[in-house]
Design a binder for this molecule. Structure first.
Ligand SMILES: *Cc1c(COP(=O)(O)O)cnc(C)c1O
Length: 389
């Protein structure tokens, strides 16, 4: 169907941070399949695990125990300080599970028309419930009627949340990204998540974090909420969890972990042996290479390098990021820069119209990070007519 507008470029092979096109030309990947390929392409450990598992057992269904899924659940809950996991196959599905948990929580509280609080500028997926939760009218355009049961407040606005909680007793949960990814790498003030935690406790609401883009070491911690000394009730993961093998997860803690009963929810593929094995190998490697530290260090190198190289550039409004999740906000829309970077053999992304987004594999070496800085600086300087203040 005509729902994507792909660039006229195809990659047929990948190795580490490099992608190769049909002509054998090499490209430096600073996007990582949109925050998916944390370990780069064709990582030998992941490839070997997949090859071995595909020759052993790919799928059985959740009608039987799946030891690899149980192992993965144990590893993830330990890393995140959570209790239980539901596995699915994408980010939107992980958020659907979270939304269903919120509804079950409301049912338990005898709220008959529950509301989930969501944020302006958010992105949570493309299914009917998750596009309703998404704070972007372009994502919702043409899909009315949207789902009932969502109420929206501005992002990074603690007072707005407090006020809405005090005036609407039907609110049963808050769903929020620790950093807005699609929204333009929007980083809230420190203390924002801690404030939400406190308000959720006061009002018996589930604190549900969408860590689909921020999770898996991307921001310099295993999960972005770990930058603040808090625990959510629910957290969703997908993207980097399988380094490209489709897998999503909805983790829950405390009372939220016990809301589902047999029959409440399910997924035919969810957490099957192949996907679980892939994710286990991703966890192995991320732990082995201390990926959260690497992401933090590399992120500082990128941020600092970009800030120096672009200092005084009139087109640049702000350069911001946490770990290897970086946005360069320009004063005007700049979607064309994706092709300009591609012409210089570097993959980047532009989101929210005017934000260049970098989500490189966490294995990217300093020399390659410097190459990204050089190319991104060059295309922005061209874009701004070389203009320095
Ligand atoms: C990508 C993303 C999603 C949707 O994930 P899909 O796998 O495309 O369904 C949801 N939330 C956030 C924060 C994302 O970045």
């Amino acid at each position: 169907m005509n729902n994507y507008a792909p660039l006229d470029k195809a990659f047929v092979r990948g190795e580490g941070v490099w992608l190769y096109d049909t002509e054998g030309q090499r490209y430096l990947d600073a996007l990582g399949g949109i925050a998916v390929c944390v370990l780069g392409h064709s990582h030998p450990a992941v490839s070997a695990a997949l090859a071995d598992q595909s020759a052993t057992l790919i799928h059985t269904s959740n009608l039987y125990r799946i030891p690899l899924q149980e192992q993965l659940a144990a590893r993830l809950t330990a890393l995140a300080g959570m209790d239980k996991v539901f596995f699915c196959n994408s980010g939107a599905e992980a958020n659907e599970a979270a939304i269903k948990l919120a509804r079950l929580h409301a049912t338990k509280k005898n709220i008959s028309s529950p509301q989930i609080m969501v944020m302006e500028g958010s992105f949570h997926g493309r299914t009917m419930a998750t596009l309703t939760a998404t704070g972007n009218s372009r994502v919702q355009q043409g899909f009315a009627p949207l789902m009932p049961g969502f109420t929206r407040v501005p992002y990074n606005d603690v007072v707005a949340i407090q006020h809405r909680l005090e005036t609407d007793p039907d609110i049963c949960a808050i769903l929020v990204e620790p950093i807005q990814g699609e929204g333009g790498i929007v980083i809230p003030d420190s203390g924002y998540l801690a404030a939400i935690r406190e308000m959720c406790d006061q009002h018996d609401c589930l604190m549900m974090l969408d860590e689909i883009q921020t999770g898996m070491c991307r921001t310099g911690k295993w999960f972005a909420f770990q930058h603040e000394n808090i625990q959510p009730d629910v957290m969703t993961l997908a993207k980097a969890l399988g380094n490209g093998v489709p897998i999503g997860a909805c983790l829950a803690r405390g009372q939220a972990a016990d809301l589902m009963q047999p029959g409440s929810h399910g997924s035919t593929f969810g957490g099957n042996p192949l996907a679980a094995r892939a994710a286990l190998s991703v966890l192995d490697v991320l732990q082995e290479i201390h990926a959260e530290k690497r992401a933090g260090d590399s992120g500082r190198l990128l941020l600092q390098g970009l800030a120096e190289a672009l200092s005084g550039n009139v087109e640049v409004r702000q350069i911001r990021g946490k770990g290897l999740m970086i946005g360069i906000e320009l004063h005007r829309d700049c979607a064309e820069l994706v092709q300009k970077a591609l012409d210089k053999n570097v993959l980047i992304n532009v989101t929210a119209g005017n934000v260049i987004r970098l989500l490189p594999p966490l294995i990217m070496e300093p020399e390659q990070l410097r190459q990204v800085i050089t190319v991104v600086t060059a295309i922005i300087e061209e874009f701004s007519g070389g203009g320095k203040q």
